[in-house]
Design a protein around this ligand. Sequence first.
Ligand SMILES: C[S@@+](CC[C@H](N)C(=O)[O-])C[C@H]1O[C@@H](n2cnc3c(N)ncnc32)[C@H](O)[C@@H]1O
Length: 240
Amino acid sequence: MKIKKVLFGKEKKYYWIEGDLHTQHGVIKGDDISTAEEPIKSHMNKEFLVSEANFKDNTDKLKRGPQAMHSKDIGQIMANTGINKNSKVIDAGVGSGMNTCHLANIVKTVYGYERRPEFLKIAEKNIKSLDLKNVKLKDADIYEGISEKDVDLISLDLAEPWQVIPHAEKALKSGGYLVSYSPSTPQVSDFVEAIKTNKNFKLVKVIETIERPWKVNGRTIHPEFQILGHTGFLTFVRKI
Ligand SMILES: C[S@@+](CC[C@H](N)C(=O)[O-])C[C@H]1O[C@@H](n2cnc3c(N)ncnc32)[C@H](O)[C@@H]1O
């Protein structure tokens, strides 16, 4: 079910779907939340601001299976490949579908390859909860081939991305992108070296994105003490 509203307390935010909401600062009536145009109060007289929920709130609450990609990395894929509402995209492996869902939110169609049925089930549920109608999930091993043609982007989050290169060569349109997300440097090295042997691909760049949140309190400003460290490297390759 979709999250409909977000409630902002002093320190914490809460998501609301339906019914009464129980927080550590008291109970807030469902009727008050659904009609709220001004701050509302819990039965303990604590005030909450209410806003409509959107896609981002709903992806924050998706069910997780294997390690999902972080929004900072997903954002880089979107911004660096020129994909848009007309794009045909492949995502492999789907896992619980974090990257798949973000891509589906902005492109025409996503074909999601996943070889583990238990993860496909989680992804299916997540896609349904976001009401995305443009995802075609495939119970398939992408190392064995890609059946789609004229694809704008192939996004990989796999242990051995180099195995996909010959299939991507056939599936991508000229100018299309192959992007590989890998947590470790040996994976990046093997992928890049394999790309260099194929004259139909051009290596664009390898990046790591560091997100460093800051605490701002008047003129007391400093980086947060705890930050997300390493997630993965993104290798961008273009079909010539
Ligand atoms: C780290 S998870 C992907 C997480 C996903 N990108 C996300 O953002 O939620 C890697 C997934 O790839 C799947 N996988 C591994 N090799 C595969 C292959 N050859 N074909 C299809 N799926 C594969 C695994 O089963 C696993 O679910």
